[in-house]
Design a protein around this ligand. Structure first.
Ligand SMILES: [Zn+2]
Length: 256
């Protein structure tokens, strides 16, 4: 049985690194790329193989990774893992590289453009049509048609699963209040973090456009850890931030 042992550090994708960390047992054998860490057998894990396959589709034209397309033998076919590549932090020699490529099937559902271009450079026919429509009409005139098209395909999308963990949002600043209690606490200024709706999504009228929302639409953006939440708001050195944690109570799948 053929095997290719690779450690998580020798994958470029953080998504794959995390997947291996949480889901796959290391074998007792050394990684064939760095020869330092114990790795996982790529051939023993179908999900890992699929992730590699999708990265190949995304980064390479079909003629590069599949030698036999519709009966025609590609003369561009080569060991794409035998040189610097976007999937591994290192190279796989020809034997191993070709063994892995043999497991990667030509993408049958792909656009003809993908024969010559990696998916990252191919535009789908729907996207091309949408660009043409948007060059002549306002988005609200065509949005209904495209929402219907996308909804038909929604179950085919691979969505990142949101973990059941705590998520975070940060805001620069905090509250202060003058306390007027008896004794030593007279006229004392106390500071405390923003709370409740002060740390929820901004009001629609104050929302600037973001990665998922247009101007004037209020979306709540959360980070998976405190450091990322703070980094996202880019505070200056010395600035104090308030951070809130959130728990997911219900998951929904919908088009934005
Ligand atoms: Zn390694």
């Amino acid at each position: 049985m053929k095997k290719i042992i690779v450690c998580k550090e020798c994958f470029v994708s953080d998504h794959i690194k995390l997947y291996i960390e949480h889901n796959v047992e290391d074998s007792t054998e050394k990684c064939v790329i760095c020869r330092k860490n114990n790795g996982v057998d790529v051939f023993k894990n179908d999900r890992l193989l699929k992730m590699i396959e999708y990265l190949v589709y995304y980064n390479y034209a079909m003629l590069d990774y599949s030698k036999n397309i519709g009966g025609a033998i590609s003369n561009r076919f080569r060991n794409i893992f035998g040189e610097a590549n976007p999937i591994f932090n290192g190279i796989l020699n020809d034997n191993r590289g070709f063994e892995l490529l043999e497991r990667i099937e030509a993408n049958q559902i792909s656009d003809v453009d993908h024969w010559m271009l990696p998916f990252k450079e191919v535009k789908s026919p729907i996207l091309k049509r949408m660009e043409k429509d948007l060059s002549k009409r306002n988005y609200y005139e065509i949005i209904k048609v495209y929402i219907e098209i996308f909804e038909k395909h929604l179950n085919k999308f691979i969505l990142n699963e949101i973990p059941d963990e705590t998520l975070f949002r940060a805001r620069i600043g905090f509250n202060t209040k003058i306390v007027n209690a008896e004794g030593d606490l007279k006229n004392i200024k106390i500071s405390f973090p923003f709370i409740n709706d002060e740390l929820e999504a901004p009001p629609p009228m104050k929302s600037s456009c973001g990665r998922f929302n247009r101007l004037g639409c209020s979306f709540l953006y959360l980070a998976s850890d405190i450091e990322t939440a703070i980094a996202e708001i880019k505070p200056d050195p010395g600035q104090i931030c308030s951070v809130a944690s959130f728990k997911i109570v219900e998951k929904k799948s919908s088009l934005i």
